[in-house]
Design a protein around this ligand. Structure first.
Ligand code: 9MR
Length: 866
């Protein structure tokens, strides 16, 4: 039977080929990652036939003695086919022993109806095969299956350049991009640059108008036509209103009858972003209950992975089979991202940048160190005499050091690359409900150097607060360094990506440079000086600061930034050389920003926006901000601010990528707990969570479905299952925290009051308006901050004089106890900027005509009630 279907498929292909082959080849590409440039993404195989990438091809080891061709399969699902359409399938394959491979395009479930089947003789020399066929039926999600079983002997099958083209172009997904006038939806610093972008077909200059909240025209000018922007493939103009400096809320820019989202101008626009971006780390702590008193009911949750069923760890975690015969207590630390993995590579850059956010306030004038100090952030350790930001960093540092191989074991002193679930889990899933076994993966040189670098930085920062802990960090750093020197090329397996990310890195020269730099800054020892100065990267700005930005796999820049800013024992000329690398890199990023139609300081080769591109933008902003700290030159500061404009809405999608900031913010990022899109009882991501952002490789199915053919800076969708464009992770929020802190300092001069955490002393006005009937009411509340300070988070309280009962609320979390009511922000409106306002409302019941409350307080202070 199978044979007959196969023959029919082949026949159809042969007979109809000449008529439609060209059309089929012209149709859209249906195979994802057919050249395996994104690893094994999109491909699956039967359990007996493990696949991996070898020299850029997918190779699968087929065991001896399988009976049928379909007993061993490599395949890809989710291929849409349309009845009557022509298709062309091609691939290049080889096998270590000759074999006839059956290639089917078929239904992915019973009755496995075959649309195409071919039998090709595959030999040791790679050969390209091409087949054409016409689909007989419509399939939403057909399957390509290379059936490679049925051979007597074991062999390896390798395939590359798999392509299936044909059918009609799928309907093009049109993102809702709102107004073509693109601005920073939060706002512009009064003394900073203020520019925006206008999408238009017009090629000649147009008039722009800046209006205030009342609609009064405050400034006008003309746009600058910029032609077609390659990152969006849109024809655009830019406009600039930097000369206008009057603080206020609710400004808009209008061009050609189109009006932007509203935005603010002022100096205190970013205080809450600083503390929200840092709160991300507490929210994502493993091994500790997340306390409602610190984050609100909605975000509270039980401790994850503390050895309480159904969790299986992380207090006694074994290695993967064959890797080690001990267990480690690796509880604590931060969950990496939407998944529950904890990775030393990636954990390192994240904790280093959190510590650098603090360290900058020690080494740079006019910075807001007190805003990161004790009692200022959302950490349970507040009040212990240690700056809160260091408490947060310590949570991760303890975990990092716990990942080291114990003394007496082989590879002692190295660090395990990662610990995560044995298999991938689905969404949603709260950390404490994760039933998967947890496993330690083999040690790696990169992980070991992540520990060496971050622990060296830890040692110098904790010296003042906890000398014992500082010594423990230093000891771990030096032990790790020695272990890495002894085992300099133990690389993590790029195919080790089941149940967690691979985070593999085949070049650790940058990790050596970073670790040597941090150890040298902390100890001044000659060994580390030599390691820095002798590194092939030293002095090479392009290698230390890649054009596409620093990342978890490119960490040399972290070391260079510490050498450039933290007092150390380099000679004056050596120091100058390091600083020159920083400014040279910053000059490049600033030039990229000036040239970009959307002002973004990120110009990767061929506009290849990578997975987590927003963090690449942010890392370039960190380098720019440091260059500004070092030189005071405005060109660097301006490029940071334009980068912030890009992230907060001045971009091709009109998207603010930071939850809770801007009118059109990302709020469905990929996260197992913050999964409101899948379960309305769960929260959206907490304010201050930055999405990964545009990624031209669109590796996940949602992105592949919607975004095929997308322009580089538009390869993004705010959907929870788009993990390749819309995840959130510690190494992306860490540079956001650094940048938010830097920008808040710019606005504030660093010596203002508390950083958005303390209740503050608001001056406020509440408009309380109700529609009433005999047994009920519907109320809208507007809370306006009439003071000079941002209020974040806000809390509004009042008492009813009668028996009215709130039954349902929107845009705020409203709780009523007896007559007392407390309203707290929704995730997207935690902040009320100076001069700004938030709205929320509720419905309720009452047993007669109910009255407005006479007195309402904002964060404990009485407001005027209208
Ligand atoms: O941020 C990582 C990105 O640079 C890689 O290209 C990608 C694929 O390997 O993995 C990203 O990291 C993910 C990790 O593997 C698993 N946890 C979530 C991370 C963010 O998406």
């Amino acid at each position: 039977m199978l044979g007959a279907v196969a023959a029919a498929g082949l026949l159809a292909g042969v007979l109809t080929a000449p008529a439609f082959a060209a059309g089929a080849a012209d149709g859209p590409e249906l195979i994802t990652n057919g050249d395996f440039s994104s690893g094994t993404t999109g491909w699956w195989w039967t359990e007996n036939t493990p696949g991996k990438i070898v020299d850029g091809r997918l190779c699968a080891d087929v065991p001896a003695g399988t009976e049928n061709p379909w007993d061993a399969i490599v395949g890809q699902n989710d291929l849409p086919l349309a009845a009557g359409e022509g298709y062309e399938l091609s691939f290049t394959a080889s096998a270590t022993a000759p074999i006839t491979v059956r290639t089917n395009v078929q239904m992915a479930t019973e009755p496995w109806t075959t649309e195409h089947a071919s039998a090709d003789r595959i030999d040791t020399e790679a050969k390209t095969f091409t087949h054409v066929f016409t689909a007989k039926a419509d399939h939403e999600a057909a399957q390509l299956a290379f059936q490679i079983g049925g051979g007597d002997q074991a062999y390896t099958f390798c395939v590359d350049d798999v392509s299936l083209t044909g059918g009609a172009e799928p309907p093009v997904y049109e993102p809702d991009t709102g107004s073509p006038v693109r601005v920073n939806q939060v706002g512009y610093l009064a003394q900073g640059p203020k520019s925006g972008t206008f999408v238009t077909d017009s090629t000649s200059a147009l008039t722009w108008t800046l209006k205030n909240a009342d609609g009064a025209v405050k400034a006008t000018g003309t746009t600058t036509p910029k032609g077609v922007d390659p990152t969006s493939r849109q024809n655009v103009h830019t406009f600039d209103f930097s000369g206008f400096t009057e603080a206020g809320e609710g400004y808009t820019v209008t061009v050609d009858g189109q009006t932007s989202e509203p935005f603010g101008i002022g100096d205190d626009l970013y205080a809450s972003l600083r503390s929200d971006a840092l709160a991300y780390f507490y929210h994502n702590r493993s091994g500790i209950e997340i306390d409602a008193d610190l984050v609100g009911e909605e975000y509270a949750r039980p401790a994850g992975h503390v050895g309480v069923a159904p969790n299986q760890g992380d207090t006694e975690v074994p290695c993967q089979p064959g890797v080690c015969d001990y267990t480690l207590d690796v509880s604590g630390g931060w969950y990496d991202a939407g998944d529950h993995g904890k990775y030393v590579v990636n954990g390192g850059i994240s904790v280093a940048q959190v510590m650098a956010t603090y360290e900058r306030t020690l080494t740079t004038e006019d910075t807001g160190g007190e805003k990161l100090g004790d009692g200022k952030l959302r950490v349970p350790e507040r009040g212990n005499g240690v700056p809160d930001i260091l408490d947060e960093a310590r949570w991760q540092m303890d975990f990092m050091m716990s990942m080291m191989v114990p003394e007496g074991e082989p590879l002692a002193g190295m660090a395990h690359h990662k610990i995560h679930d044995k298999a991938w889990t689905g969404l949603p899933l709260l950390p404490h409900q994760d039933p998967q076994p947890r496993e330690l993966h083999p040690p790696s040189t990169a992980a070991t150097l992540n520990v060496a670098a971050s622990a060296a930085q830890c040692a110098r920062l904790f010296e003042e607060y906890d000398a014992d802990f500082a010594e423990r960090c230093l000891d771990a750093a030096e032990t790790a360094w020695a272990a890495a020197k002894a085992h300099p090329d133990v690389l993590a397996d790029p195919n080790d990506g089941t149940g967690g990310g691979a985070y593999s890195d085949d070049d650790v020269r940058d990790e050596f440079y970073w670790a040597a730099a941090e150890l040298f800054v902390t100890t001044g020892k000659d060994t580390y000086r030599q390691a820095v100065l002798g590194s092939p990267l030293h002095g090479d700005a392009d290698a230390v600061f890649p054009r596409g930005g620093m990342s978890w796999g490119a960490t040399a820049g972290l070391g260079a930034l510490s050498l450039a800013t933290v007092p150390n024992q380099l000679t004056a000329s050596q120091l100058q050389a390091v600083r020159a690398m920083v400014t040279e890199a910053a000059d490049g990023y600033a030039a990229d920003s000036r040239a970009a139609a959307y002002g973004v300081p990120y110009a990767p080769q061929d506009n290849h926006y990578v997975w987590g591109s927003n963090s690449q933008v942010l890392n370039n902003m960190v380098v720019l901000g440091t260059a500004h700290d070092l030189t005071g030159e405005a060109k660097y500061r301006d490029a940071v601010l334009r980068g912030l404009d890009y992230l907060l809405g001045r971009n091709p999608l009109n998207q603010s990528y930071v939850t809770g900031y801007g009118e059109r913010d990302s709020r469905n990022q990929h996260h197992r707990f913050w999964a409101n899109q899948l379960d309305p009882d769960l929260p959206n991501p907490a304010p201050g969570s930055v999405a990964g952002g545009p990624n031209v490789d669109i590796q996940d199915p949602v992105a592949q479905d919607k975004l095929k053919g997308c322009a580089p800076a538009m390869c993004y969708i705010d959907h929870i299952e788009s993990w390749a464009t819309n995840e959130i992770t510690i190494n992306w929020n860490a540079p956001l925290a650094w940048v938010a802190s830097y920008v808040d300092d710019l606005g504030q001069g660093g010596d203002e009051g508390p950083g958005g955490e303390e209740p503050g002393t608001p001056t406020c006005e509440v408009t309380y308006s109700s529609n009433r009937w005999n047994s009920g009411f519907s109320t809208n509340v507007t809370v306006r901050n009439t003071g000079a300070q941002t209020v974040s988070p806000w809390e509004l309280t009042w008492s009813f004089a009668d028996d009215q009962k709130i039954t349902q609320a929107w845009s705020a979390q409203v709780t009523q106890t007896g007559r007392n009511v407390v309203a707290k922000p929704a995730p997207w409106n935690t902040t009320i900027p100076a001069g700004g306002s938030v709205n929320f409302g509720f419905n309720g019941t009452s047993s007669g005509q109910a009255a407005n409350p006479a007195a309402v307080s904002l964060n404990g202070k009485a407001c005027a009630v209208k």
